[in-house]
Design a binder for this molecule. Structure first.
Ligand code: ADP
Ligand code: ZN
Length: 753
């Protein structure tokens, strides 16, 4: 059907997450409107803008209003991204409007982030002679202003006034005489203005890196020849030089005239990776756009525009950068593909890595998934031949992997006469190892995935534990301000003067967080320079950058922190890593807890001994024989994957089937349970009747109450996600369900507890 023939369109207003409306296409716009384009239209009592999602021959509504205009002649959402939005909506059980909402970031919606300023320029048709003749010897200031403009070729009005000290009226006088123009223009902001130019070494690829690059090039060649390329899973141990592979593959992509996109888990936490990219491509005058949550909305808007207009040819960003509007992509890279932060924890619950694979599929280009510890989903896909597996089996320059020691915390060594009793946080062996590093002027990382000081404040008399009044977890004592805080909601309270249950005057401070470790280290190593890195201590905008710079400069001996210090850091002088305790993480009742702990241990261990000196890792635990710990100890990813896959297969868990978690939340426990059970029953019936898979029981979540809301879950296991999503969409669209209980659907949930 010719485009002129569509008299109606369906439009999602740019600030809607769930609604679409039909409009008539006025004659003037017939044939010019298309999917993904931005239009202006009346909505209720105002005019607004929206994105066209469908061309319609007819509409089911008797009376529709007409579009009032068209913004631009090309779609704001390019076709491949539009396809991605459709896939997201179908797969993740979400309205298309919600998917589009992800694709168009807030500053871009309605052009909200555009910075419009006054730009001053000398008119091209006016010469110096004209001005001299008109002004003669009078109006010295105007003459000075004119010469300044001629020399500098234009400028922002505000900047010109402050640079030259010439007042606004003078410039306006020039404009009134017709010599210069002062007009609205968009001003672009550069988020890198504050940062110094980075430097980074370039390495000739070693044979394994060269083989990986050849594999990627082969997939790109297939794509160029119109064949279907395969995703590449780059399994490279920590310190094997994956980043160098990404850099070279991207450089080759640019040489072929295409642009490239790389997503990284949390960009604020991995400034080193971004620095390496900037360093490598700055020299080649290629613009690198960086998208992350630390940008101002204006900066984000500018980056988006640069990408959309093809001026920035490399994009690096966190999860949402997978929606970067580049049109001529030749490669997508997902660094640390196993990372949980790729999962969006609100609707639509998408996974950035999976969207990367889908986007690459739609764009018919290769995607590289890199990790030292791939998710079992990706590893399984490689085993099945869906992905092409490429390995970097050893560290660069034949550097050995660090030696890993497992310290059994159950074996309390008795202190010798005259010695102080052993610390609960640092076992004697770890303390010895730290002492040695301090003597040798090397650096130490101490990792504990728990912030705060004491994770439970308990009455020694009656056993009472202070709980959050809004959540079903205990409060954590924070030494910095002496208050009790909930780590799930923002509740904070002073420590009660005496036990509220029995009136006993004192507490036992049990359980340890990073603040406690900091205290212990300060006491045991008073001469050491120490820094704590966790979300409490790293609050400011550049706090991370500064902390890591200080560490790199050797101004810090011991870095204590949460997973913030476990990821991606490449510091040659770190030769010792201590894992204070992993037992809490192993006890989380979730089928992925073993995988998660294994990944964390491998990653944090990977920070040690990355240069010439051999690294040592100490893992303290009360469950030394747990497979996650034992395989990590031997750096044995394949061994871990093999036994973990066996376990998953036996239970029919992912990656053998896909999980879908239906969640209910409500203020009243009774009502929430009731609604959950009612809907849950229908879901179970529908799953069985449609032969869609297996539905579990509706059950309270592992933490049943968070922020005042009670939570119930139902786990579905299926081979047919799109069918299940369609079924759930239809079922949940039924307005009969109560307002007070919210139902949401999380496809491929990270946590099923
Ligand atoms: P990974 O991301 O795999 O943990 P990196 O990419 O951070 O590893 O590389 C580890 C270190 O090795 C970096 O300091 C990097 O500059 C260096 N490196 C990378 N490739 C080579 C090479 N071919 N020869 C020597 N050093 C290299
Ligand atoms: Zn709470």
């Amino acid at each position: 059907m010719p485009p002129d023939a569509f008299p109606y369109v369906r439009v999602v207003p740019e600030n809607s997450r769930d609604r679409a409306y039909d409009y008539a296409v006025p004659d003037a716009l017939r044939g010019r409107v298309g999917i993904g384009m931005r239009v202006r239209m009346p909505l209720r009592h105002a005019e607004t803008s929206g994105i066209v999602i469908e061309m319609l021959e007819r509409t089911e509504f008797a009376k529709v209003r007409a579009l009032s205009g068209l913004v631009g002649e090309t779609p704001v959402v390019p076709p491949a991204l539009f396809g991605l939005a459709r896939w997201m909506a179908d797969y993740y059980c979400a309205p298309l409007a919600a998917a589009l909402h992800c694709i168009l970031p807030e500053p871009v919606r309605n052009e909200a982030g555009a910075l419009v300023r006054l730009w001053v320029e000398a008119r091209a048709d006016v010469s110096d002679e004209d001005v001299l003749a008109a002004l003669g010897g009078r109006a010295k200031k105007q003459l000075e202003a004119w010469h300044h403009l001629r020399e500098h070729g234009g400028g922002w009005f505000g900047d010109l006034c402050s640079e030259t000290g010439i007042g606004r009226a003078v410039w306006q006088g020039l404009r009134d005489r017709g010599f210069i123009s002062i007009e609205n223009a968009e001003k672009e902001r550069d988020p890198f203005l504050r940062l110094p130019d980075p430097v980074a070494a370039e390495h000739a690829p070693n044979p394994a890196q060269a083989a990986a690059l050849a594999a990627i090039a082969e997939e790109q060649a297939k794509a160029a020849a119109g064949e279907k390329p395969r995703p590449v899973l780059l399994l490279g141990v920590t310190g094997s030089g994956k980043t160098e592979v990404y850099l070279r593959a991207i450089a080759a992509t640019l040489d072929a005239g295409k642009s490239a996109l790389m997503i990284v888990p949390e960009i604020a936490l991995t400034p080193q990776a971004v620095e390496r990219f900037r360093a490598r491509f700055l020299g080649q005058k290629v613009r690198v756009a960086v998208l992350h949550s630390g940008l101002s909305r204006g900066e984000r808007y500018d980056q988006w525009r640069q990408i959309r207009e093809g001026r920035a040819r490399i994009v690096i960003g966190a999860r949402s950068a997978i929606f970067a509007p580049a049109e001529d992509l030749g490669l997508i890279v997902v660094d640390e593909e196993h990372e949980g932060s790729y999962k969006q924890e609100e609707a639509p619950y998408y996974h950035g890595r999976d969207l990367a694979v889908m986007r690459a599929h739609l764009e018919k280009i290769p995607v590289v998934l890199g990790s030292a510890t791939p998710s079992l989903e990706s590893f399984y896909n490689a085993e099945q031949g869906k992905y092409r597996l490429v390995r970097l089996p050893a560290r660069v320059a034949s550097r050995p992997m660090p030696t890993v020691h497992v310290i059994d915390l159950r074996m309390k060594s008795k202190p010798k006469e005259g010695e102080p009793p052993p610390s609960v946080a640092l076992s004697p062996r770890l303390r010895e190892a730290v002492t040695l590093r301090l003597e040798r002027h090397e650096q130490v990382l101490l990792y504990l995935n728990r912030r705060g000081h004491s994770t439970a404040l308990q009455c020694p008399e009656c056993g009472h534990v202070e709980m959050c009044p809004r959540c079903s977890i205990s409060l954590t004592w924070h030494r910095s301000d002496g208050r009790l805080r909930c780590h799930l909601c923002d509740h904070a309270a002073p420590v009660p003067p005496k036990c509220p249950a029995c009136g006993a005057p004192d507490y036992r401070y049990g359980g340890q967080g990073t603040q406690k470790i900091e205290e212990v280290v300060a006491k045991e190593f008073p001469q050491a320079r120490m820094l704590r890195m966790d979300s409490d201590s790293m609050r400011g905008k550049d706090a991370h950058h500064r902390a890591l710079a200080a560490f790199a400069a050797g101004e810090i001996d011991i870095l204590v922190g949460t997973q913030m210090i476990a990821k991606g850091l490449d510091f040659p002088r770190v030769t010792c890593v201590g894992v204070i305790n992993v037992d809490g993480a192993l006890q989380i009742p979730d089928f992925r807890s073993g995988e998660r702990v294994f990944q964390q241990l491998m990653q944090v261990a990977g920070r040690a001994g990355r240069a010439e000196t051999l690294g040592e890792v100490f893992i303290q635990t009360r469950t030394p024989f747990h497979p996650a710990i034992q395989y990590a100890r031997h750096h044995d990813y394949d061994g871990f994957a093999e036994q973990e896959l066996e376990f998953r297969k036996a239970l029919g868990y992912p990656p053998y089937r896909r999980a879908v978690l239906v969640r209910w939340k409500g203020k009243s426990e009774e009502k929430t349970r009731f609604v959950a059970e009612q809907i849950g029953k229908k879901i179970t019936e529908g799953m069985t009747a449609g032969n869609l898979g297996e539905a579990g029981e509706v059950a309270p979540a592992a933490i049943v109450r968070i922020d005042g809301l009670f939570r119930f879950n139902q786990l579905l296991l299926t081979q047919r996600v799109p069918d299940v999503s369609r079924f759930l969409s239809a079922l949940l669209a039924d307005p009969a369900w109560e307002e007070e209980v919210k139902t949401s659907v999380d496809v491929d949930p990270l946590m099923v507890a």
